[in-house]
Ligand binder design. Structure first.
Ligand code: PHE
Ligand code: NA
Length: 500
């Protein structure tokens, strides 16, 4: 069967950048950088980008382009069953991510409309948790549908699955060609407005002020690696799937550099925008930038609404643009992660794209809607923590060690990439993949396990927002090993004859 391909090189780059640029760039990067040394964070960040992010991106682009299949099919064609399970494992982790990622996009979508009249009122935190998410209902009342989340969530899934139904070129490529330039323009407007606010410099000073002691701290390096993995959407089966739709004659190495640098530029811009606005808020209300900067999800849904309340001039419009940019950035990432399992199921069972979207995308949408119930969001938080901390490091570590050390494919992939790309891969690429990345990721896994297991005995409440360590650890391990088990199970079955 003829494989779908991207229509143009720019179309592929837009799609890859669309996957990379997501909620992580806008609300995650600014506070991660701030908490991990500010201006000095750029040293570990750049190091992680150049020794792990881009090298792995090149590796995944080469695998997808060379073997022309979804992640499990590409791995199968590369090294048979002993590699296929990795693709399915990544796919099932992706499935879990898509389920909750969609929910956060739905919040952002709902907040675009709240922006016009600042429906969140003065107490933006109380509004988010009590009125909007309805987290504080008593246990007996949990389970009721929260329509304010249900409806936007349904819209998010209808848009995403509709785009995937339309196919690679007419669906994903077209959508990214519209969404990504729109996103860039909106974002530039936001950032320009932000840096011209009173007090913007105060925020930027706080953001860029280097704390050089921080870079001696190993946890800062771990944070940089963790963020790079999540931010570039690597180790999730995504980039293998997307590059499998490249035409035969395509430069993979250059495309990886473009994708990596575009994603980082967007993060940097987001950091500038967010901190300029925080500086404005600090000048208005006399709070310290430090007090509002590390709010996580709260940064977007608690702090920003409060700032929009005080914003000079067209505040409704500013709020609308901010949440619209979150929505667009999120949608292009959600379609990429959903495509991983749509492609995998299409090929394994030889079913049509239409059926794969209906069954697998439909299932994700249904599960996701369980989060739109009262109290349902308790779980979201835990899954998010785990996917970000363990999931990414574990998948990345296994993938790199398998490809480089067990299956010994470095040379093969290097030759493949070099045959079609302008930039030649050499020692830097091999050393980064084979030595630096496994050491840092291995250290990272070990450290996280230790933290979660042993601190149990030192503190009552645990290290993550009051959940006990054992609880977070078991639920995380349960999700990861559940996905792994399913992955192994799926790899046992035969490929449909069209894809063998
Ligand atoms: N790269 C996306 C971001 O920065 C996150 C993401 C990771 C999306 C994995 C899909 C899959 O937000
Ligand atoms: Na990103």
């Amino acid at each position: 069967m003829e494989r779908s391909t991207w229509g143009t090189r720019a179309g592929f780059i837009m799609a890859a950048v669309g996957s990379a640029v997501g909620l992580g760039n806008i609300w995650r990067f600014p506070y991660v950088a701030y908490e991990n040394g500010g201006g000095a964070f750029f040293i570990p960040y750049l190091f992680a980008l150049l020794t792990a992010g881009i090298p792995i991106l090149i590796m995944e682009f080469s695998i997808g382009h060379r073997f022309r299949g979804s992640a499990p099919l590409s791995f199968f064609r590369m090294s048979g069953k002993k590699a296929e399970w990795m693709g399915w494992w990544a796919i099932f982790v992706s499935f879990v991510i898509s389920v909750y990622y969609a929910v956060i996009i739905a919040w952002a979508m709902r907040y675009t409309l709240f922006s016009f009249n600042q429906a969140w009122g003065e107490d933006t935190e109380g509004f988010l948790f009590n009125d909007f998410l309805q987290l504080t209902v008593s246990p007996g009342e949990t389970g009721g549908i929260v329509w304010g989340i249900f409806i936007p969530l349904a819209i998010v899934w209808i848009i995403t699955l509709g785009i995937l139904l339309a196919g690679v070129k007419k669906g994903i490529e077209m959508a990214n060609r519209v969404f990504i330039p729109t996103l860039v323009i909106i974002f530039l407007i936001i950032v320009i407005r932000a840096v011209t606010l009173d007090g913007a410099m105060l925020g930027l000073d706080a953001f860029f002020k280097p704390n050089f002691e921080a870079i001696m701290d190993p946890t800062v390096w771990v944070a940089a690696y963790g963020h790079i993995f999540f931010s570039l959407s690597i180790a999730f089966a995504i980039m293998i799937t997307y590059s499998s739709y490249l035409p035969k004659k395509s430069d993979v190495t250059n495309n990886a550099f473009i994708t990596g640098f575009a994603n980082s530029s967007f993060e940097l811009l987001a950091g500038i925008g967010v901190f300029a606005v925080l500086g404005f808020m600090a000048t208005q209300s006399g709070v310290e930038v430090a007090d509002v900067a590390s709010a996580g999800v709260g940064l977007a849904f608690v702090v920003f609404p409060a700032i929009i309340n005080e914003f000079p001039g067209l505040n409704g419009l500013f709020g609308f643009l901010f949440f619209l940019s979150l929505t667009l950035a999120g949608l292009t990432s959600l379609m990429s992660i959903t495509e991983t399992y749509v492609a995998g199921f299409t090929e394994k069972f030889g079913i049509s794209r239409r059926k794969a979207v209906a069954f697998s995308g439909g299932l994700a949408a249904l599960i996701s809607i369980l989060f739109a119930t009262q109290g349902g969001l308790f779980f979201l938080d835990i899954i998010d923590y785990f996917i970000n901390q363990f999931g990414v490091a574990a998948l990345g570590l296994v993938e790199v060690i398998m490809v480089v050390w067990v299956l010994r494919k470095t040379k093969h992939l290097q030759d493949h990439a070099n045959a079609i790309s302008d930039i030649r891969l050499g020692g830097w690429w091999k050393f980064s993949l084979g030595v630096i990345t496994p050491i840092v990721l291995g250290y990272m896994m070990f450290g996280l396990l230790r933290l979660n297991i042993f601190q149990q005995f030192e503190t009552e409440t645990g290290n993550y927002e009051g959940y006990s360590n054992m609880f977070t650890l078991t639920s995380g391990v349960a999700v990861a090993s559940g996905a792994l088990l399913l992955g192994i199970l799926f790899s046992l079955g035969k490929w449909h004859k069209n894809y063998r």
